[in-house]
Design a binder for this molecule. Structure first.
Ligand code: DGL
Length: 267
């Protein structure tokens, strides 16, 4: 493996772009390949075998692109597949995890809301995280029904999306939560909506920056940081209608973004 190879990043949809943004800031010279598995979205209510298979298929595709590391920019896919992928492949694989630990450290009321998909909340990995770190804290879990689909189909700033978030967030706020964990990579796009509903005094924990730092450390340890003299490129692949995704990404990134069709090879 050589330092001029790209980094692969994947998510069920556009959520992982919230992680890509942090990676880009920290690693400006890296070439990034992003896969949105939009044709199989949402992961959050799918069977674990299905998510594992999709994660394997995308990882195989990324390995075909000769990536030097993979970032699973999806909490649900990490919860289900990271152990298996690390056993199968030797390259660095970085995953997401809801920021329960930092949330507990900084909460004053001791009441925390964890916003994540059903798949993440019911996973063994997440249950183990709670056993390890949640001692004493009161945690309210929100499976955020429909949020991912709303962001993907209506947009994060749409009135319907706002209504949906408000409905499910209000009981947590009324219970006295002062800290919210964004346990799904789609939700950072809702930060403004959440602050609008909860007020700016609420603490919001996003583990995207920590994941970018972890990626940096892993590449540095293996002498795999890019030594290219110029800014890295970004290439986008998607398993659903590319024109639609192209439109969505162009709007979200505020610049024309080309999206290629992911070849449908099953693992
Ligand atoms: N963005 C993903 C996550 O972090 C998954 C959303 C979904 O497809 O349900 O969990």
């Amino acid at each position: 493996m050589s330092s001029d190879h790209p980094i692969g990043i994947f998510d069920s949809g556009i959520g992982g772009l919230s992680v890509l943004e942090h990676i880009r800031k920290l690693l400006p010279l890296e070439n990034l390949i992003y896969v949105s598995d939009r044709g199989h979205l949402p992961y959050g209510n799918k069977h674990y075998d299905y998510i594992l298979k999709r994660s394997q298929t995308i990882s195989e595709f990324l390995l075909g692109q000769e990536v030097k590391a993979i970032v699973i920019a999806c909490n649900t896919a990490t919860a289900v597949a990271v152990g298996h992928l690390r056993q199968t492949y030797t390259l660095p694989i970085i995953g997401m995890e809801p920021g329960v630990k930092p949330a507990i450290r900084q909460s004053r009321s001791g009441l925390i809301g964890v916003l994540a998909t059903q798949g993440t909340l019911t996973s063994r990995k997440f249950q183990a995280l709670l056993r390890q770190h949640a001692n004493g804290a009161e945690i309210i879990f929100c499976p955020c029904h429909g949020w991912v689909e709303a962001i993907e189909h209506n947009g994060h700033d749409h009135q319907e999306t706002h209504k949906l978030v408000k409905q499910q967030l209000e009981p947590i706020l009324e219970a006295g939560a002062d800290t919210l964990v964004l346990g799904c990579t789609h939700y950072p796009f809702l930060r403004a909506t959440i602050e609008n509903i909860a007020g700016t005094d609420i603490s919001i924990i996003d583990t995207g920056p920590a994941v970018a730092r972890q990626l940096y450390r892993r590449l540095a340890d293996q002498n795999l940081l890019s030594k290219e003299p110029s800014a890295g490129s970004e290439t986008f692949w998607c398993s659903a209608a590319t024109e639609q995704t192209q439109e969505l990404l162009t709007k979200l990134r505020n610049k024309p973004t080309l999206v290629k069709a992911l070849p449908e090879v099953s693992y």
